[in-house]
Design a protein around this ligand. Structure first.
Ligand code: SAM
Ligand code: SF4
Length: 382
């Protein structure tokens, strides 16, 4: 029998000042002003479509992601979050995160974002080194990143995440560690530390930059991990580090195979419907123009599909194995609606290969499994 997991809400903002050459997110370089009112109207109409599926459920986190949500004014976020509260039951202590690009920050705006109900800011710093930021096509330098962090702090945000990327083109180990050290000076609650990956259909894929060799990248990761550990951070996912109590509730819910409504251009959603014994995945129209036009007849949804039994096994483990947190087959069974035996064969193989380890009725990914995460996840493919 399917159990209901916690529910989150993801809202996508598909515009950026400029497209970064490494980025494959659904983001489009802005020409002219952001169509704030039209987009907000569309988002709220889009949300209404989803309400019958989540009637009576409480939303525990909201993530305003992009693209660059910080291109929208605080007044727009206030209207949006009021609209969300009027339509959904938001937990009183819900985590409400907004992503911000340091190059778009108007420094006195953050107090107003906070007044609108946003209680967590995630800043896309990437690096503090001007030469790397330039190579990454970022619209800001290191000083602007430092000023943006200071503004967020001054506005009273305690729950702040900084995004850093590492193994950048021509980056040395010392430079990668210096970025982490600089981030730590600002005492963030959370740090997302992403290995730069070359994604298909990006400018970097068309003209690949010179990246650090695999063993150099490994050394960088080890050295940065040591610094973060010494500073009191714990790695709880492949790229996520947090101080005690500051894990991202929203992202944890994805990795634990929780439910999420996904509204806005290109947003993905996942909803469990126990009464129908179904898990449904949804995807919105990607490009901002067709998405905005869809407001006329509420045809925002580009795809909606039930998740088959085989796919549930793989999707559960694809997410869950990223977490540095033990799990049980009982949890697997509750959240997928399948018998434990659906995963037992792959789990046994993973244990034979020293990729999973049993501890007190629970399973955890071994050090070996973390290093070979793709191989471990592949064992659960249909
Ligand atoms: C949607 S963006 C964050 C907010 C904002 N758009 C910005 O860039 O400042 C999410 C994060 O994903 C990371 N990211 C994007 N593309 C990546 C790639 N190819 N490899 C690794 N990390 C990537 C970056 O750290 C980025 O800040
Ligand atoms: S600003 Fe962020 S979302 Fe926009 S293109 Fe750059 S990395 Fe992607």
């Amino acid at each position: 029998m399917l159990q209901l997991p916690p529910l989150s809400l993801y809202i996508h903002f598909p515009w950026c000042v400029a497209k970064c050459p490494y980025c494959d997110f659904n983001s489009h370089a802005l020409s002219g002003a952001v169509p704030e009112d039209a987009y907000l109207d569309a988002l709220l109409a889009d949300l209404e479509l989803e309400l019958p599926r989540v009637w009576g459920r409480v939303v525990h986190s909201v993530f305003l992601g992009g693209g660059t949500p910080s291109l929208f004014s605080a007044a727009a976020m206030d209207r949006l979050l009021s609209g969300v509260r009027a339509r959904l039951s938001l937990a009183p202590d819900a985590e409400i995160t907004m992503e911000a690009n340091p190059g778009t920050v108007e420094h006195d705006r953050f107090e107003d974002y906070r007044a609108a109900g946003i209680n967590r800011i995630s800043l896309g710093v990437q690096s503090f080194a001007d030469r790397h930021l330039k190579r990454l096509g970022r619209i800001h330098g290191g000083d602007e990143a430092r000023r943006a962090i200071a503004s967020v702090r001054k506005a009273g945000f305690d729950n702040v995440n900084l995004d850093l990327m590492w193994a950048l083109p021509d980056q040395t180990l010392d430079e990668a560690v210096a970025d982490v050290d600089q981030a730590l000076e600002f005492a963030p609650a959370h740090l997302s530390h992403y290995h730069l990956t070359i994604e298909p259909n990006t400018l970097f894929a068309a003209r690949p930059p010179q990246l650090p060799a695999e063993d150099e990248a490994w050394d960088m990761q080890e050295a940065c991990a040591e610094r973060l550990g010494q500073a009191g951070f714990r790695q709880y996912e492949v790229s996520a580090w947090a101080r005690p109590g500051a894990m991202s509730r929203h992202n944890l819910n994805y990795w634990r195979f929780g439910d999420y409504l996904g509204i806005g251009a290109g947003a993905h959603g996942k909803i469990t419907l126990p009464a129908d014994d179904r898990i449904v995945r949804t995807r919105r129209k990607s490009h901002p123009r067709p998405y905005l036009s869809a407001a006329a007849d509420r045809s925002f949804i580009a795809e909606e599909r039930p998740v088959s039994a085989e796919d549930r096994v793989f999707e559960y483990f694809l997410n869950r194995l990223r977490l540095h947190e033990p799990f049980s087959l009982e949890e697997f069974a509750g959240l997928t609606g399948l018998d434990r035996s659906a995963a037992a064969g792959a789990v046994a193989r993973a244990r034979d290969l020293d990729l999973l380890n049993a501890v007190d009725q629970r399973l955890e990914v071994t050090t070996n499994g973390r290093r070979c995460l793709n191989d471990l996840q592949a064992l659960f493919l249909p």
